[in-house]
Ligand binder design. Structure first.
Ligand SMILES: [Zn+2]
Length: 583
């Protein structure tokens, strides 16, 4: 935990303009600074920075927040890591808290494991670069079309055909070999002593999100087996949570909002060289929910690019289930039989590849089509088989609308009743969604509410008016904490820390909306504020009255025993409470 006062100090010192200028070219425009949004691709700038309030907002994609949230999004960091990142930048020292001995040991151990990877990576890379032993590996890379520049970019290395090259090197460095054994770089002999874990292999360093080497993937130079040997799981390497090449792909994924997922190291290399920079690879493991959580920090959509063989298809289907569960949109890029991305690009080039990508189909559709091509769907037996395979997967789609769309598609394609598909899927949970006000109403009231909020952001008089009138009578519950915090700051004549204010809002959607409100002020210039306040308040009053009428009608038609009846009653009561205060 970082102490609150330190976070406050970092907030004060981290000038948002400087922080964002490291990534975005900003130009002064009115009270704000304007630039091209780094989170979505655009040609005309809609990314605003308000230096006085220390917040940013993009009117194109809707993201917004303060310096800390900017760094979190940009660097893909957690809140504490973003605070530390900014602390280094502005020269605030975060005091080391007294760590319990056990935890300190754990941390020291991890540092030690990072260090040995760093040493080994350098050792292997040097061996690949020069000297006689690396020649075979250099030849192999040349044969596969990997030039030196690419090789350096990935930090490729060569583990020589020796039982103790790394072991002796670590010994000379006085590095404890027992530590190196924990990460599989060396192994212990039965009769004492150690020997190298990787021998005569081309090595791909695997890095974490901070760029630290945490493991290696090693490929043989000929046809011997196993073809690939990866570092074992260790305190620093959990393969279900690591994606190869993520560090190189971060920026491109953010710009495009999309990620390509491939299986192998060489596939990664092939795409990257072909100019597809937003690509990551699973390291010899199935795609997991943790992988998607990591990806979600940079991209909202994925393209799966697995081999066209049986194993690749199986991997695609398994990944589909994760994508469906995690509600992560994904498409399958279909490779011609016998090709993998590397061989395909080599043979057909990147233009043809782009064609494949634009023809990619959603994962579920891919699965469904593939299934139908394997069974005789003209027969009852075939239909039943397809349904049996599909139903459990359909159930995994968390979004009801999406699930229903697929369900209809399946029914149509198989020529059966939608209800038959539903029955096959089993009973659905009844939804308990609360009765919602019609959308249009929400919009009208949101307009007045937003106006009032942005007025509060600019004019302390409006804040006082709201305080006098009673904020609970005006605003929705969701925004009340923010409103009350503004009132308190103004009452105590304190400067409002807008970024902290935004951080206190739990929902990121609401946070972005508020940032948008507070950031643009031009339309609020030279206004009769008490008149504006009155207008907003009256609009909100009128809407409340109208709502009471409508809810009353609904109430009359509802079953008094039902949950929705009580929900309606509760809402009418709270609206009446407001009405009694109307003048
Ligand atoms: Zn944007």
């Amino acid at each position: 935990m970082i102490p609150d006062e330190i976070i406050r100090e970092i907030r004060e010192r981290a000038v948002i303009l400087e922080v964002i200028s490291d990534y975005v070219v900003l130009k002064k425009s009115g009270v704000n600074y304007l630039g091209l949004c780094p989170f979505h691709s655009e040609k005309t700038p809609s990314f605003n920075v308000n230096t006085a309030k220390g917040i940013y907002h993009c009117f194109g994609c809707g993201v917004g927040g303060d310096a800390i949230s900017f760094v979190m999004r940009m660097e893909g960091l957690s809140f504490p890591d973003a605070v530390k990142f900014l602390a280094r930048k502005v020269g605030v020292v975060i005091p080391e808290r007294a760590v319990p001995a056990s935890e300190k040991r754990l941390r020291d151990e991890r540092e030690c494991l990072y260090e040995v990877h760093e040493i080994a990576a350098k050792f292997y890379e040097d061996l690949l670069r020069g000297g006689v032993p690396g020649a075979a590996c250099r030849n192999y890379l040349e044969k596969r079309g990997v030039d030196e520049e690419t090789s350096r970019l990935y930090g490729l290395g060569y583990a020589p055909d020796s039982w103790d090259a790394l072991t002796r090197f670590l010994e000379r460095k006085k590095f404890p070999l027992a530590e190196a054994e924990k990460v599989g770089l060396v192994r212990s002999r039965e009769r004492g002593g150690y020997y190298d874990g990787f021998r005569n292999r081309l090595l791909f360093p695997i890095r974490d999100t901070h760029g630290r080497v945490i493991g290696f993937g090693g490929r043989v130079l000929d046809d011997s087996l196993p073809k690939y040997l990866n570092s074992p799981e260790s305190p620093v390497y959990h393969k279900s949570e690591v994606l190869f090449g993520l560090g190189m792909a971060k920026q491109a994924m953010r710009e495009k909002g999309e990620a390509f997922i491939v299986e192998g190291y060489f596939d990664h290399l092939a795409l990257y060289r072909a100019g597809v920079r937003n690509v990551v690879a699973t390291c010899g493991t199935a795609l997991t929910a943790a992988h998607l959580k990591l990806l979600r920090r940079f991209a909202g959509k994925a393209y799966l690019l697995f081999d066209a063989d049986k194993a690749g298809k199986k991997a695609t289907v398994r990944s589909m289930e994760i994508f469906l569960q995690e509600n992560f949109p994904a498409r399958v890029v279909q490779m011609p039989a016998g090709e993998d991305p590397d061989s395909y690009l080599e043979k057909y080039g990147s233009n043809a590849f782009e064609g494949l990508v634009s023809a990619a189909v959603p994962v579920f559709e891919f699965f469904f089509r593939d299934l139908c091509s394997q069974e005789d769907i003209g027969s009852v037996e075939g239909k039943v088989k397809v349904l049996e395979e599909l139903a459990p997967r359909l159930r995994k789609i968390p979004d009801a609308v999406e699930r229903d769309l697929y369900l209809r598609e399946v029914a149509r394609f198989l020529g059966i009743e939608e209800n038959d598909v539903r029955r096959k899927m089993g009973k659905e949970e009844p939804s308990h969604a609360p009765v919602r006000a019609p959308k249009e109403r929400r919009k009208a009231s949101a307009g007045a509410e937003e106006m009032l909020l942005s007025l509060m952001g600019k004019y302390p008089e409006v804040v006082r008016l709201v305080a006098e009138f009673g904020p609970a009578q005006i605003f929705r519950t969701e925004v009340l904490p923010v409103v009350e915090s503004i009132i308190q700051h103004v009452a105590e004549k304190k400067r409002i820390d807008w970024s902290q204010l935004l951080d206190s809002v739990a929902s990121s959607e609401e946070r972005s909306r508020l940032a948008a409100l507070f950031i643009s002020e031009e339309h609020l210039e030279e206004m009769d504020v008490s008149k504006a306040f009155d207008q907003c308040r009256r609009t909100l009053d009128r809407i409340a009255l109208q709502q009471i009428k409508e809810l009353g009608l609904k109430l009359a038609q509802s079953d008094p025993e039902s949950d929705s009846y009580h929900d309606l009653l509760r809402r009418i009561d709270s609206l009446r409470a407001k009405k009694s205060l109307l003048t």
